[in-house]
Design a binder for this molecule. Sequence first.
Ligand SMILES: *Cc1c(COP(=O)(O)O)cnc(C)c1O
Length: 368
Amino acid sequence: MKNLLAPTTLQFMVKPNQESRSAAEHADILANPGFGKHFTDHMVDICWSELGGWHRPRVQPYGPIALDPAAAVLHYAQEVFEGLKAYRHQDGGIYTFRPEMNAERMKRSAARLALPELPTEYFIESLRQLIAVDARWVPDAPDTSLYLRPFMFAKEAFLGVRPAAKVNYYVIASPAGAYFSGGVAPVSIWVSTDYARAGRGGMGAAKTGGNYASSLVAQQEAYDHGCAQVLFLDSEKSKYLEELGGMNVVFVYKDGRIVTPESSSILEGITLDSILQLAKDRGLNVEQRKVTIDEVREGVASGEITEMFACGTAAVVVPIAQFKAANYTIGEADAPAGELTLSLRQELTDIQYGRVADRHGWLTRLDA
Ligand SMILES: *Cc1c(COP(=O)(O)O)cnc(C)c1O
């Protein structure tokens, strides 16, 4: 564990929520939190302007944000976000996982969207500040967490097309239940050939709402075909794998190799990076390279590829049973979860929940 108490020049003003949920309401929500449905009593709000830089950091009651109808984000989607979790450990402490990676990624996303870069120490301090008032919202049941959602958008009221001179950064938080209740269940994935999520020179590597907006019709197509998620291929040839709508994809080969697609339009997942590190720690060979859908089809048919999974913060690791496309299927819908898939998932969550040693220094304590 690292001590990330970097000095911050930001002095947060804290305005407690006079209408915070009662103990009974709180207990009701934590008994069945779901995902992204309920929010804590407070939120962080930091302003940025071209002239003043980052200023007026606040923790305030959770609630609606007043926007001018001409606010640039509503018209031109100048927005980025992050997603990470706070975990309650056995000793009661509240920890988060590799937050400096999220902070750095948010800077890269912001740079791509011509938004200001929030310093890493402000990012981490904003999480601490929110946890300081909303610690009771970090659940303690197995596999539950408090999902933290930092985001930033163009608030300036101006319809001309240029980077906004007024931007706000917020953090909201939402208690999250166990993603899989009753065993980690493999899913079927729809291979989209009509839609791409990003192209060369586009914003595929940025965590921005626009990428999700463009994925929604493909996701709907996936549901229509009985699939849980969609896999996107490259935009030019529909030949190389990219990623799912909000998760990276990984293949395990018979000889123990771990292969994941490489492309400039894939979002660099922190869960993926961590899984690959854990695989390397076990002496497995990791390859980040171009992967064709033909390689996957032939590899699964021949038995070269033995396991497939997707990974991301929300669900951690999801085994993939099958890929379905308009005129072929890869694998079997009832294929069981892979052994290595489950064991890497277990190891990663053991680290996140403090059940094993944090040998890479991935955890940051937020409540002390
Ligand atoms: C957030 C995200 C991921 C997963 O990243 P993690 O850091 O592992 O949560 C993958 N793909 C997309 C498009 C994403 O937005």
